[in-house]
Design a protein around this ligand. Structure first.
Ligand code: THU
Length: 196
């Protein structure tokens, strides 16, 4: 037989069970293999046998169903605050930091990197996003952004467009505002976004 796995379902279930998409993929593959070997879960008895077997297979292959513990918004903001340390901003003297949380629980930080041509400057958010994407990570839950000024670190238009390339409509953008944290969704900060 064939095994057909639905990527959307993998994402949904990884989110539902609170573990990485890789773990869910391994788990579903083991589950499907059990079906190919003739196991099923139509009755509670069959289900018990199959479940025991399908847990045994990934375990023997060293694939654990590791739980993903996500950073809290406050922890993510604290990470973003470490990032401007490496900001290269000799022209604006405006340091920006970002911390990007991926669906598999990793955090990628970024700072702004300016250039004497000005136009070649890279914002903190894009640095974080490009770091993640260049490491093969393209699914994100949230990004925290902080800056050296008094105003909230709202992302610029170019960064919003880059975010919309990779973020889901409900990926959260966290900024410090009015002494607390304020969260916006992707669809809130860039409605009716352009895409091909
Ligand atoms: N900057 C960011 O890093 N993120 C933004 O969303 C807005 C602007 C940086 C770019 C530049 O180094 C400095 O802030 C002033 O524009």
């Amino acid at each position: 037989g064939d095994i057909v796995l639905c990527v959307q379902k993998i994402k949904e279930q990884a989110d539902k069970y609170g573990h990485s998409e890789k773990s869910e993929l391994a788990f579903l593959t083991a589950h499907s293999m059990m079906h190919l070997f003739g196991y099923d879960h139509m009755t509670p008895e069959e289900s018990a046998v199959m479940e025991a077997k399908q847990n045994e297979v990934p375990e023997r292959l060293g694939i654990t169903r590791q739980e993903v513990t996500y950073m809290t918004d406050n922890e993510l903001v604290a990470k973003a605050k470490e990032a401007p340390e490496n900001s290269y901003s000799p022209y604006s003297h405006f340091a920006v930091g970002a911390a990007l949380l991926s669906t598999d629980g990793q955090v990628f930080t970024g700072c702004n990197i300016e250039n004497s041509s000005f136009g070649a400057t890279n914002c903190a958010e894009r640095t974080a996003i490009f770091k993640a994407v260049s490491e093969g990570v393209k699914d994100f839950k949230a990004i925290a952004i902080v800056c050296s000024g008094d105003q909230p670190a709202y992302p610029c238009g170019i960064c919003r467009q880059v975010m919309s390339e990779f973020f889901n409509p409900d990926t959260r953008i966290i900024v410090e505002e009015g002494g607390g944290l304020k969260t916006y969704t992707m669809s809130e900060i860039l409605p009716d976004s352009f895409s091909l």
